[in-house]
Design a protein around this ligand. Structure first.
Ligand code: MD3
Ligand code: FE
Length: 205
């Protein structure tokens, strides 16, 4: 379903088996070196969601190849390149779209974590951002391209949902005001929420 121009939500896109495999892989990717970390924002704040990066290391306003602990960033795995291609197919991309994905950003939310309204503008590529939700349901706030305030639409993202943000929606403000604690499918063995985004940085290796 097209939520806004270029923003397509495909509920329940990942079956439970695939969700379990992804959660297991994310746990591995979260291990040090270059594992899960806390992100400090330039304004002196701290993000409440914990972050893991693959392919490129993201800091606010900057991509690099070196993690905060000085280790090289983990590689972008071929399985995620294939997942991106399938997601862009499902979104309705043209043949060949979906081959340029080179980084993943994993956000781990506990019951109290949230994410303020922001735009994702670090990437040089206009390729859509691919979002996969795992674990607890969240309230996702999808706004406009002008400011972080109204008008915006609140919707729930559930475990297994695919959401692709391209076209005019690529630069929309968005955030996660809250996590609905205890709503994760019990078979996942996950407390909290895990969001996996796949991106094309448009940067050279
Ligand atoms: C719309 N993550 O990592 S996913 C982020 O659930 C981020 O962890 C949220 O915002 C999360 O930057 C939201 C949905 C999402 C991701 C990226 C977008 C929506 C987007 C980029 C552009 C427009
Ligand atoms: Fe974002």
């Amino acid at each position: 379903t097209e939520v806004a121009p270029g923003a397509v939500l495909l509920p329940d896109w990942l079956d439970e088996q695939r969700q379990r495999e992804l959660v297991a892989a994310c746990r591995e990717w979260a291990r040090p070196p270059a594992g899960m970390r806390t992100v400090r924002t330039p304004g002196g704040g701290v993000m409440s969601a914990k972050v893991v990066c693959l392919g490129w290391h993201w800091r606010p306003y900057h991509f690099s190849k070196t993690a905060d602990d000085g280790s090289p960033v983990k590689p972008f795995p071929p399985e995620l390149r294939e997942l991106a291609r399938r997601a862009i197919d499902a979104y309705g991309g043209a043949p060949g779209d979906g081959l340029e994905y080179d980084m993943a950003l994993l956000n781990f939310y506990d019951a109290k974590a949230h994410m303020g309204m922001h735009q994702d503008k670090e990437e040089l590529s206009k390729a859509p951002v691919i979002s996969l939700s795992l674990g607890d349901t969240c309230v996702f706030r999808f706004g406009n391209t002008e400011s972080r305030s109204r008008p915006y639409t609140d919707l729930e993202l559930r475990s297994g949902d695919l959401f692709v943000f391209g076209g005019p929606s690529r630069l929309a403000f968005h955030g996660v005001p809250r996590i609905l604690s205890g709503t994760a499918p019990s078979s996942l063995g996950l407390t909290g929420r895990l969001n996996l985004t796949l991106r094309a940085t448009g940067l050279n290796p």
